[in-house]
Design a protein around this ligand. Structure first.
Ligand SMILES: *[C@@H]1O[C@H](CO)[C@@H](O)[C@H](O)[C@H]1NC(C)=O
Ligand SMILES: *[C@@H]1O[C@H](CO)[C@@H](O)[C@H](O)[C@H]1NC(C)=O
Ligand SMILES: *[C@@H]1O[C@H](CO)[C@@H](O)[C@H](O)[C@H]1NC(C)=O
Ligand SMILES: *[C@@H]1O[C@H](CO)[C@@H](O)[C@H](O)[C@H]1NC(C)=O
Length: 386
């Protein structure tokens, strides 16, 4: 009886207390891009794609302008309407498409003209409006080989774990399930498909070709569905491994917790907002690290919001929301499995995940350098995040 009263009180507390938003950490995927890999029989070569492979399209830029406008609206009480250097830090992986997504997003977040609205007609178009109000806002990055935060660029241990995963019964079962489909794909793409991770590369490219109506004729709606399924499954199963999602998601969670510590101790280096521009895998890794991933590919210009609240008893809590749709404002509140409700007490959050956080990444990444037995997976490899 007493226990249920306490539980009810706690639940009541979580949802109804006066609480103040004091900080946010937003992890974003870049907008729509061109394919980053071409299969051998691809009807279009890399010159077909504006700016070449792996580049942000104009639609992709506009997706981030609108997302920036949403972030402006959502955090209008937290962030000054003009750029204040001590309030916000923006970090991107060192890819053209993430850097350009960041700059586009900031057009929406810090418009140089008041009341700027992107005309609705531009939302889905692939044309850049001529007069977007823009002002320069700094975006930070570090070279890929030393970036452990936004990408695992040079991490022998990660590479080794992926190799082990590819030989695991978990992945072998998926390979068996799709074996006939792989044979079909091999016939049409002339790409040999050792396992589902290779099919993933083909899926990624064809799913984008389909947006531009340039997928080959053998890609029927049913084939497209199976390719989407392969892509969704790969994001889930790659990051399912505790040791893999720890290496890929852990450094970002640590960075967020470091900033939260600074905010809550009034350290002047703390930032009210940190924006991180990364990849679909970045988002999957965080969801998996927190044990809330599900079978899907994080869409273009999707984002995870870690909002930090101060409650009226002066304790702190984190609420996690996932904007899992392009050009949408419909965020999904994610309740962490071990938290009583969506508002997860900071202490509890730390208690749950502290042990899992990786230490010094240069050490964590050291490996015995096993010999690679499978061909490189383009989609998750170190040269091409997606
Ligand atoms: C691109 O692929 C489409 C569909 O297969 C084809 O019709 C078109 O001619 C190709 N264009 C170029 C420039 O390769
Ligand atoms: C916040 O923005 C206003 C104008 O909107 C400006 O006057 C003020 O100086 C800004 N605050 C800080 C801390 O810079
Ligand atoms: C690719 O095409 C060549 C020439 O037709 C053929 O010899 C080879 O087996 C094909 N490879 C795959 C993986 O289908
Ligand atoms: C987004 O989240 C909602 C609610 O959990 C779910 O129904 C939907 O399928 C998700 N969409 C994607 C693309 O993950």
């Amino acid at each position: 009886m007493l226990y249920s009263v306490i539980v009810i009180l706690l639940i009541f507390n979580g949802y109804n207390d006066a609480r103040k938003l004091i900080g946010t950490h937003i992890i974003l995927r870049h907008g729509e891009r061109t394919p980053s890999y071409l299969y051998p029989t691809d009807p279009n070569d890399s010159h077909f794609w504006p700016n070449g492979l792996g580049q942000l399209t104009i639609r992709g830029r506009l997706e981030h302008v609108t997302l920036g406008q949403y972030i402006r609206e959502r955090y209008s009480d937290l962030l000054n309407s003009t750029y204040v250097a001590s309030e916000i830090t923006i970090r991107s992986s060192d890819y053209d498409r993430t850097l350009m997504s960041a700059y586009s997003n900031l057009v929406g977040l810090y418009p140089s003209t008041k009341n700027f609205e992107l005309p609705e007609s531009f939302l889905h178009s692939n044309t850049w409006p001529e007069s977007l109000p823009w002002q320069p806002i700094p975006v930070h990055t570090v070279p890929k080989p030393i970036d452990h935060l936004m990408a695992v660029s040079s991490c022998g241990q990660y590479e080794e774990l992926v190799e082990i995963l590819r030989k695991s019964s978990r992945i072998q079962r998926l390979n068996d399930e799709f074996r006939d489909f792989f044979t079909f794909l091999e016939k049409h793409t002339n790409q040999s498909i050792a396992d589902i991770f290779i099919a993933w590369d083909i899926a990624d490219t064809i799913l984008i070709e389909a947006i531009y109506n340039v997928a080959p004729a053998w890609v029927t709606p049913s084939i497209l569905r199976q390719l989407r399924q392969i892509s969704d499954l790969c994001f889930y199963h790659l990051l399912y491994s505790y040791r893999i999602n720890r290496l890929r998601g852990g450094p970002l969670i640590r960075d967020i917790l470091n900033n939260i510590e600074k905010i809550t101790t009034n350290n002047e280096q703390g930032r009210k907002a940190k924006l991180y521009f990364g990849h679909d895998i970045t988002i999957s890794a965080i969801l998996a690290f927190l044990d809330v991933n599900y079978v899907h590919q994080p869409p273009f210009a999707s984002g995870l919001f870690f909002d930090l609240y101060q409650q009226d008893d002066n304790s702190y809590a984190i609420q996690l929301e996932y904007l899992n749709k392009t050009n949408s404002q419909d965020t999904q509140i994610i309740t962490l499995p071990e938290c009583l409700n969506a508002m997860c007490p900071l202490e509890r959050f730390i208690e749950l995940y502290e042990e899992k956080l990786p230490g010094d990444m240069d050490k964590e990444c050291k490996s015995a350098k096993t010999k690679r037995t499978y061909s490189r997976i383009h989609h998750v490899s170190f040269v091409s995040e997606s």
